[in-house]
Ligand binder design. Structure first.
Ligand code: AP5
Ligand code: ZN
Length: 218
């Protein structure tokens, strides 16, 4: 299984990626998680990326494309992969297409903007794995603690309301055009075109999981 999860910040891509990757035995390629790992390790990339991410802007296409290209060479990507937060611009999508990286599905998760701010403000994450929780909607078994490792949960630096609003604007301008890009490619019937699926991201985490599993069946 080779797929892209597309959707605005806070749509639940990371949350659903955990179920999909488990079901299909594939890795999650989250460029956001990769960048946050670089920030934590204070690599030159991380130091550069930190300022951009905290402002809610996008890291340069060249940098991201290089990061993904290296990641795809690793052996665990052989059975497939799930892209989360990538591609995010038309040049990133073109880079993927030009490199003939196979794709079976593009799944768009649709969530209205008014629901996103409350999701982000209650989000807590486990930094080492990228696992996401929500204090009300998807709480950990013990408050403030990751279910699997028992390690503390933190708030992301870019989840301040002002930054979230900017990230949403960046999504509208730069990433939303990919919905047309992929739906038109899918409709063209060209060889190698992925199937395009639109799924509502409203409801319980389990309801959305089942909707996505269903969409990946046909
Ligand atoms: P990235 O990490 O990709 O962030 P994002 O796309 O903005 O998405 P989020 O991780 O915020 O949301 P999500 O959809 O994963 O939602 P989640 O499952 O956590 O990118 C961060 C930054 O890195 C970017 O701003 C940019 O600077 C840089 N970057 C990354 N990739 C890049 C690229 N390709 N090019 C350039 N720059 C790049 O859920 C959100 C919350 O909602 C959680 O609290 C969760 O528990 C809760 N929730 C989930 N499902 C539900 C539900 N059904 N009901 C209620 N609450 C729910
Ligand atoms: Zn995420």
């Amino acid at each position: 299984m080779r797929l892209i999860l597309l959707g605005p910040p806070g749509a639940g891509k990371g949350t659903q990626a955990a179920y999909i990757t488990k079901k299909f035995g594939i890795p999650q390629i989250s460029t956001g998680d990769m960048l946050r790992a670089a920030v934590k390790a204070q690599t030159p990339l991380g130091i550069e990326a930190k300022k951009i991410m905290d402002a809610g802007a996008l890291v340069s296409d060249d940098l991201i494309i290089g990061l993904v290209r290296d990641r795809l060479e690793q052996a665990d990507c052989k059975p497939g992969y799930l892209f989360d937060g990538f591609p995010r611009t038309l040049p990133q999508a073109d880079a993927l297409k030009d490199a003939h990286i196979p794709l079976d599905y593009v799944v768009e998760m649709v969530v209205p903007e008014e629901n996103i701010i409350e999701r982000m403000s209650g989000r807590r994450v486990h930094p080492a794995s990228g696992r996401s929780y929500h204090v009300h909607f998807n709480p950990p078994k013990t408050p403030g603690v990751d279910d699997l490792t028992g390690e503390p949960l933190v708030q992301r630096d870019d989840d301040r309301e002002e930054t979230v609003r900017h990230r949403l604007a960046v999504y509208r301008d730069q990433t939303r055009p990919l919905v047309d890009y992929y739906s038109q490619w899918a409709a063209s019937g060209t060889a190698g075109a992925p199937r395009f699926r639109k799924v509502s991201g409203l409801g319980s985490v389990e309801e959305i999981r089942d909707r996505i599993f269903q969409a990946l069946q046909d």
